[in-house]
Ligand binder design. Structure first.
Ligand SMILES: CC(C)(COP(=O)(O)OP(=O)(O)OC[C@H]1O[C@@H](n2cnc3c(N)ncnc32)[C@H](O)[C@@H]1OP(=O)(O)O)[C@@H](O)C(=O)NCCC(=O)NCCS
Length: 240
């Protein structure tokens, strides 16, 4: 898993860049990731493709060899982050967030009971950081799965991943099923932002079927079917 954070030199009064400018910054980080993954080899073609739910992937042609590269990016002014992996059997998700205080009812609405307990045990002074980090890892997983917030964040538990050293393999739980992942997390030099990236083996993630139905294959472990409701209501799940 390879990660790049870039920072814009452009300053705005509102601390907001246009969505297009943020995306352009993220694309810059993404092309640096791709270039590093391919050891700077010049690409004959390089194309970003998004699936129906907005999850990006890069198709790259170097020396006539076509490869698909799982990639993910996120932006939060003035930073953008991209993470990629040269392994088509992995899924990847990345997120960057401004460290902020969350009200208790917000924390309990999107963190699992285990995560809440972990965060609420932290000292008051570092609680905002720990809460934002928990959210960021969770969002990275939601992006690697490809559903984003269509999947209720409380269905994912990242408590064990919170204390893992970078690039170590650990576990998250999706619907209480253990999912191995590689993790990276970082606090920016100004300490105002946290960034997280995860790589998950594709066999352990959800795959989209017929536009609406999702199926998780976990090798010989019991699977789970999920229905994604296009009207925005939470997905429904059924253990097989
Ligand atoms: C994907 C999502 C988590 C991104 O969160 P965000 O804080 O808005 O934005 P971030 O900076 O973290 O990430 C943005 C990038 O996520 C990527 N992305 C978008 N949809 C994605 C998906 N389904 N899976 C993985 N990545 C996705 C895109 O590359 C996007 O960047 P781009 O628009 O510049 O290409 C969020 O937009 C989402 O869940 N969307 C789908 C559900 C939805 O629209 N809900 C309405 C509000 S609840």
């Amino acid at each position: 898993m390879l990660i790049r954070i870039v920072r814009t030199q452009h300053s705005t009064k509102t601390n907001i860049l246009s969505r297009a400018a943020e995306s352009a910054l993220a694309h810059r980080a993404a092309s640096q990731v791709i270039s590093a993954l391919w050891n700077g080899e010049p690409a004959l073609s390089f194309e970003v493709i998004k699936d129906a739910l907005g999850k990006p992937r890069v198709n790259i042609d170097c020396d006539g060899t076509q490869s698909a590269c799982p990639i993910s990016w996120a932006h939060a002014y003035p930073y953008a982050l991209a993470a990629g992996i040269r392994n088509e059997s992995m899924d990847i998700g990345a997120d960057i967030e401004r460290v902020r205080r969350f009200r208790r009812e917000v924390i309990t609405a999107f963190l699992t009971d285990r995560e809440c307990a972990h965060v609420l045990e932290r000292e008051e002074a570092t609680r905002a950081y720990h809460t934002t980090l928990t959210w960021s890892i969770k969002e990275a997983i939601l992006k690697s799965i490809g559903l984003g917030l269509r999947l209720n964040p409380r269905r994912i538990d990242v408590t064990e991943a919170l204390t893992l050293p970078n690039y170590h393999i650990g576990f998250a739980y999706v619907d209480n099923i253990r999912v191995p992942l590689q993790i990276w997390k970082h606090r920016t030099a100004d300490s105002h932002f946290v960034a997280a990236a995860v790589a998950i083996h594709r066999n352990y993630t959800y795959t989209l079927r017929n536009g609406f139905f999702l199926e998780r294959s976990l090798g010989s472990a019991p699977g789970c079917a999920l229905g994604y409701r296009p009207d925005g209501r939470p997905p429904f799940g059924e253990h097989l």
